[in-house]
Structures are given as structure tokens and as C-alpha cells.
Design a protein around this ligand. Structure first.
Ligand SMILES: NC(=O)c1ccc[n+]([C@@H]2O[C@H](COP(=O)([O-])OP(=O)(O)OC[C@H]3O[C@@H](n4cnc5c(N)ncnc54)[C@H](O)[C@@H]3O)[C@@H](O)[C@H]2O)c1
Length: 256
């Protein structure tokens, strides 16, 4: 297959908050171009063609998806049939949808990250390092804060951090989201995950390690949605021409 130097992008969810940030940022971004968009809401005028479902013209190289979990199956069907690379950034996917990615990635070059910022991926790295050193002696809690328009809770990123920590533990910890229903102490083999919603907070994630008389906190704050847009555009350029497989932020960072 011919690989275009300029990565031509179809943006799924182009009229949403993230879609619009990406559209604006792509205009001054080297090596990428949004050539068309898909959105079920067509009330916004864009400098490219917008349809309600994927159309093959104009030609594009990679799909970026910031929409809603209902897009997942139609996108996977299209990408499987056409071997189109996709950068999946939508969060709130069901466990079944997440599990099916492995199968789809046999046919689809599939990049998935619940958080496209480069900094949050460093946070996961640091949390994994801390886990290796502190396992057994410190209780682990994750606190995330987002704006009052966010639909899913806890954030996909909080789960990704917890999964990253769990991957380092000799025995997997349970995730506990709500302590209001039981009157009992926390166990040592759990990760408490807490979601706070309010105002316009773009995204904050804290990993707290609480031990005997000392607490360590690792925290990442996103100050604008642009950090996710930059990561998504870099991921799209990275995925142009890739073979089927499951890719993530680590692959992108390692390639830079
Ligand atoms: N991975 C990341 O780094 C990251 C960062 C920010 C947001 N997100 C996620 O991206 C998604 C979108 O976020 P947002 O803030 O832009 O939300 P939003 O609600 O502002 O935008 C979503 C857009 O998708 C459209 N849409 C919904 N269903 C669709 C479908 N079936 N087909 C086509 N378009 C459809 C909506 O009309 C809307 O324009 C959310 O899941 C959010 O959590 C991920």
C-alpha cells in the first residue's frame, strides 16, 4: 500500500469539543491534515466535508475517533473491511468492547489510549516504579477530577493508571469505587478509585500511596484539551502505513 507523506485524517466526532480542538490544531500541525469528518450532529460548519457516517471520499489514511462508545462497532467494521488504521480515543468503552480490540487488531492497525497526553503516560510509568518499591507497605488510591460535562466515571485514565499499577503487583488488587455501602475497613489488596466532577476542570489525576506516617502523591494536571489533541495528531501520523496490531502511547513515545 502506498503511504502518503502527509497523513490525511478522517475525524470521527468532529463536531464535539475534542473534535473542534483537533480541527483547529491540525491547521498548523506539520505532516497531518483533516480531510473529512463524521458526526451525528451536523450543526457546525467545518473547512472539510462532514457526513453522518463514514464515506470513502475524499481519500484518507487514518481515522481519529473522539466520539461516543456507540461508534465503536461501526468503526471497527469499517476498519476491518478496509484495513484502515485508527486512533481510538473515546473513553467509557464497555469491558466487551475493550476485550474485542485484541481480535480486531488482527486485521486493523489499532491505536488505543484512554489518555493521549504524553505527561499522563509518564505518570503511569512513575506510578509503576513506585508500586514496585512500595508494594505491601502502602495503600494505593487514585483520585480523578473532571469538568461537569463528562459522562463516564471514573475516567478511562484512572482505570488505565490502576491497570498499569496492577500489572506490577505480584497479586492483583480489586478496584473499589464506592465505600458508602459497606461499613468495614479498607483491605490491603484494593485500589480505591474516586471521581470528582465540577466546573471546567480539564483533567486531574492523582495517585496516592499512603503508608505508616508518610504519604506520596504523584499528580498530573491537564491545563487544556490541546495536550490530548497534540497526542492524537502525533498518534495519527505514527499509525499511517502501520500493519495490523494493537498500539499504544508507549509505542508512540518509543518511536520519538
Ligand atoms: N483519550 C483521550 O485522551 C481523551 C481526551 C479527551 C476526551 N476523550 C474522550 O473523547 C470522547 C469525546 O469527548 P468530547 O469532550 O469531545 O465529547 P463531546 O460530547 O463534546 O463530543 C462527542 C461528539 O461525538 C459525536 N458523536 C456521538 N456519537 C456519535 C456517533 N455514533 N458517530 C459519530 N459522531 C458521534 C457527538 O455528536 C459529538 O459531536 C469522550 O469519550 C471523552 O471521554 C478522550
Amino acid at each position: 500500500m502506498e503511504v502518503h507523506e502527509m497523513t490525511r485524517i478522517l475525524l470521527n466526532g468532529c463536531n464535539g469539543k475534542m473534535g473542534q480542538v483537533i480541527s483547529r490544531l491540525a491547521l498548523g500541525f506539520d505532516g497531518v491534515e483533516v480531510v473529512s469528518g463524521v458526526d451525528i450532529n451536523d450543526s457546525i460548519v467545518n473547512p472539510y466535508l462532514v457526513s453522518k457516517s463514514i464515506v470513502a471520499t475524499p481519500e484518507f489514511d487514518v481515522i481519529i475517533d473522539f466520539s461516543n462508545p456507540t461508534s465503536f462497532e461501526p468503526l471497527m467494521k469499517y476498519c476491518s473491511e478496509t484495513s484502515t488504521p485508527i486512533v481510538l480515543a473515546t473513553t467509557g468503552l464497555s469491558d466487551e468492547q475493550k476485550a474485542s480490540m485484541q481480535e480486531y487488531s488482527k486485521k486493523v492497525p489499532l491505536f488505543f489510549s484512554a489518555n493521549m497526553s504524553l505527561g499522563i503516560n509518564l505518570l503511569i510509568d512513575l506510578a509503576q516504579k513506585a508500586t514496585r518499591l512500595l508494594e505491601g507497605n502502602f495503600d494505593i488510591e487514585i483520585i480523578e477530577k473532571h469538568h461537569n460535562q463528562k459522562i463516564d466515571a471514573p475516567s478511562g485514565t484512572a482505570i488505565a493508571i490502576a491497570d498499569g499499577i496492577n500489572a506490577e503487583l505480584s497479586e492483583k488488587y480489586n478496584y473499589v469505587y464506592d465505600r458508602s455501602q459497606k461499613r468495614e475497613k479498607r483491605t490491603s489488596n484494593e485500589i480505591g478509585i474516586h471521581a470528582i466532577r465540577g466546573g471546567t476542570i480539564v483533567g486531574e489525576h492523582t495517585v496516592l500511596f499512603a503508608g505508616q506516617d508518610e504519604v506520596i502523591e504523584l499528580k498530573h494536571t491537564a491545563n487544556s484539551k490541546e495536550v490530548f489533541a497534540v497526542g492524537a495528531l502525533k498518534a495519527a501520523a505514527f499509525m499511517n502505513g502501520k500493519s495490523p496490531g494493537l498500539y499504544n502511547m508507549k509505542d508512540l513515545i518509543d518511536s520519538m
